[in-house]
Structures are given as C-alpha cells and as structure tokens.
Design a binder for this molecule. Structure first.
Ligand code: ATP
Ligand code: MG
Length: 422
C-alpha cells in the first residue's frame, strides 16, 4: 500500500515557505504500515494540479492533499480533484449553514466566495474542521487504468494550515484509516554510532539488513553521528518486535562497541550513564569549544550527579591560572599541542578533585593564531583525558568550518571518554 502526499500552494515553491505538513502526515501513515511512495509539491495552477493528480492516481493507493481548500480563487484542490476523477461537486447544505453561522458569530457578512468551501466531491464524506472554515473530505473510489483494470483509491483532502491539518488527521482521518486498512503493528529501533564514515557503516551492515526485506532500514548521517533506523510492520506487535530484534542483534554483533546506543539515547546521555554506573565524576577544560562540551552535558537532566563543571580556558593566561599549565610549555609547544592538552586535562582534574579530567584544545579557524601555533593547520584538535593512573592524548584533524570543527571536537571528546569507560 503506497501513499502520495500532494502539498498544494504556490508559496511552497518559493524560498520562503517549506512544506512541513507532509512530514507530519508521513509519521501518521507509517503508523499504519503505509509507505509514502511519492511527495508532490504543486503550485496553485489548475493544469499542473490536475496533471499531478493523474500521476498520483496511477501510482499510489492513497492520495492525501494538503492545502488549497480556502475560499479564494487560487484555492483549487476540490475543483481539480473533481476534474481528474470526473466527479461532480455538490453543495453541502449543512456546511453552508455552518459557514453562515461562523461569519454571523464574528458579525461579518459572508462573502459569496466562501460558498466554495461547502462544495463536496460526489460520494465524499466531509470531515468537520473545528479550527477553520474549510472542512476536509474523505473519498473511497475506484479508478480504471489504461490496462482496463479497476483500482481502489482513497482520496483525502485536508486544509493547509498545519494546526487544522494535524487536528483533522488525528481526529477524523486516523480512525477511518484504522477501519479501512488491515491492522498493522509497528516496531521501531534506532542504533546510534559516532564518528564512523557512513560508507563504512553501510558496507558492514547492508549485507545484514538487506536480508530483512520486511524491515525498512534507513541510514541517517550528520553531526558526527550515524543512525540506523529500523521499522517493521506486522499483524501482531510480537511479530514486529521479533523481526526488529533479529536484525538489531546481528548488527550489534557486527558493529560491537562502535554502537553507543540502541534505545535512542544521545552520546552525552550514554557517557553520563556510564559515569554513573562506575561512580566516577568529570570536569572539563575547554579552549576552542568555549563551553560547548559542558553545554551538551548539562543539557541532560541530572547531569550534576557526575558532571561537576569545568573551565573555559580560551586565553593562554587562563590556561596557566585555571589549569596550572606551565606558561613555558605554551610558549614552546603552542596552546594547540599534545603537551598542553595533557596539562589541561591533568590540571582541571587536579584543581577540581574529580576522577576524570577532559580537555579540548584546537584551531577552529577561519584565521590562524599568532605565535607557535601559526603554522599548524585549521581543524587540528588535541583531546586529553586524565584519570587516576594516566593521561591519554589524541590528535584529530577535523575538516570544515568553525562550527563544524567545534562540534566535532566535542563529539570526539565524548566518544573518547565513552570508549575509555567501556
Ligand atoms: P485557508 O482556508 O487558510 O486558505 P487552505 O486549505 O487553502 O486554507 P492554503 O491556503 O494552501 O490552505 O495554506 C494556508 C497556510 O497554511 C499557508 O499560508 C501556509 O502557511 C500553511 N501551509 C499550507 N500548506 C502547507 C504545508 N504543506 N506545510 C506547511 N504549512 C503549510
Ligand atoms: Mg488558501
């Protein structure tokens, strides 16, 4: 069963407005095991809209329209659907009365244009819209294709304003879909990995997930993280869960420690959880990330149980005074050096009396610093992690602009800490 979402409105073809309704509708359809096969965005042009409807009727079982149900000349969805399906538009008396009452309540004269909104496709059911003037419509119909076959089609018309569309979908469309679609139960899982190339993850996992043709797998990559999303629809919840568990288990075997979470937790949540389990506490010393690492950790509720805080030691002077880094070391090696990363991690650990000190020092760009770091490349980052026994320091080269270098530096720091706690 395939759906096509048709978002109608010329404003959606400009750089100023984005179609977000289809994202909401996709979640709702997926809940019924219905896949969105196509999304179309079409302007308020009757010729284009009719053409889009013909295309959709050919290739999708369910057509959901968003927008173009208003009272103005350029609201054309009803008319174009009627034309494409060769159906009449009938005036619904109850809707006319409701529209008149709506205007009366606002002490306004109803413009004749609004009568358009009382027009209903022959055979369709009206979906009441308490948040706006245009009701939605639900139509189950049959079409005949060029090969003389008859196909069942479900046509759903919804208003464009997101608040109205969401309420109508939830209150009116969902219960009807539940009645007409075979019962489906969904299981979802997300596996998350940090700092591994997407192609590597795919090369290692696709031989596994491609064998599970009944599990829908999506790889999402961004911000130094790879997510593997699994979705399976079955006749019972147990069946769906079982299938997802099977594929997840095999992928966990393949990727091992590279997976930091299999229940949706973020990297910072996992790190805090592991610190908690081991009864360890943490403080950070951040140079080029300016507090971003602390911000990510403190965004998690109850972070204070294991995260004490730290220092933003952006200037060399503060590196010396807050983290006791020898001034001479900075002069000799530069602030962005393995030696200074080590001294920062050990210094913050010592100053705050925590079990673990984590430091970040790097060159975020776009300009190079003066002094001993001036001939080092932009994107060079050192991360230090000091514990009771020793201190490890790692070097990273992070390509990209300032924002990217800073974000990825915190990602590397969290991942280095996570791996040390494994
Ligand atoms: P109205 O009676 O308000 O005119 P309508 O059904 O004709 O309702 P549109 O005119 O197409 O809907 O859209 C109304 C507003 O809803 C748009 O200005 C836009 O802000 C928002 N909107 C429309 N379509 C979408 C969409 N696909 N995603 C997000 N917002 C949308
Ligand atoms: Mg409109």
């Amino acid at each position: 069963m395939i759906a096509e979402i048709i978002a109608v409105g010329s404003e959606l073809l400009t750089p100023h407005r984005q179609d977000t309704n289809s994202l909401f509708l996709t979640v709702g359809l997926n809940d019924f095991g219905v896949e969105v096969g196509f999304k179309t965005i079409v302007g308020d042009n009757p010729r284009h809209l009719v053409e889009a409807i013909h295309n959709a009727l050919r290739r999708a079982d369910i057509l959901i329209f968003s927008g173009g149900l208003g009272p103005t000349e350029d609201d054309l969805t009803r008319e174009c659907v009627a034309e494409a399906l060769d159906l009449d538009l009938l005036t619904d008396a109850a809707t006319v009365l409701a529209l008149q009452a709506r205007f009366k309540a606002r002490r306004m004269e109803m413009p004749p244009n609004n009568l358009k909104q009382a027009q209903v496709l022959e055979g369709a059911e009206l979906l009441p819209n308490p948040n706006g003037s245009a009701p939605g419509q639900w139509l189950e119909t049959f079409i005949r294709t060029a090969d003389a076959h008859t196909h069942r089609r479900l046509i759903i018309l919804l208003p464009g304003p997101p608040k109205e569309l969401k309420a109508l979908f939830t209150d009116e469309v969902r219960p009807r879909l539940a009645e007409v679609l075979p019962p489906r139960f969904l299981a979802r899982r997300v596996l998350r990995m940090a700092l591994i190339p997407e192609s590597t993850v795919d090369a290692r996992t696709s031989p596994i997930y491609s064998r599970f043709t009944d599990v829908d797998t999506t790889i999402l990559a961004g911000h130094g993280e790879i997510q593997l999303h699994f979705l399976c629809a079955k006749d019972t919840q147990e069946e769906a869960e079982d299938r997802v568990d099977q594929v997840v288990e095999l992928i966990e075997q393949e990727m091992g420690d590279d997976i930091f979470s299999s229940d949706g937790e973020s990297l910072e949540e996992i790190v805090l959880l592991m610190l908690g389990l081991r009864d360890l506490n943490l403080a950070v010393a951040e140079s080029c990330t300016g507090g971003l690492l602390a911000e990510r950790l403190t965004a998690i509720p109850n972070a204070s149980r294991n995260f004490l805080g730290g220092a933003i030691v952006y200037s060399n002077d503060l590196k010396v005074s807050f983290c006791k880094v020898p001034a001479k070391l900075i002069q000799q090696k530069g602030a962005v050096s393995p030696e200074v990363a080590r001294a920062l991690a050990e210094g913050i650990r010592d100053r705050t009396k925590v079990s673990l000190g984590l430091s970040i020092t790097g060159i975020a760009g776009p300009t190079l610093p003066d002094g001993p770091d001036s001939n080092k490349p932009i994107g060079l980052v050192y991360i230090g992690l000091a514990d009771e026994e020793d201190t490890q320091v790692k070097q990273f080269m992070i390509p990209g602009d300032r924002d990217r270098v800073r974000l990825w530096a915190t990602q590397h720091a969290l991942e280095m800490l996570r791996r040390s706690l494994q």
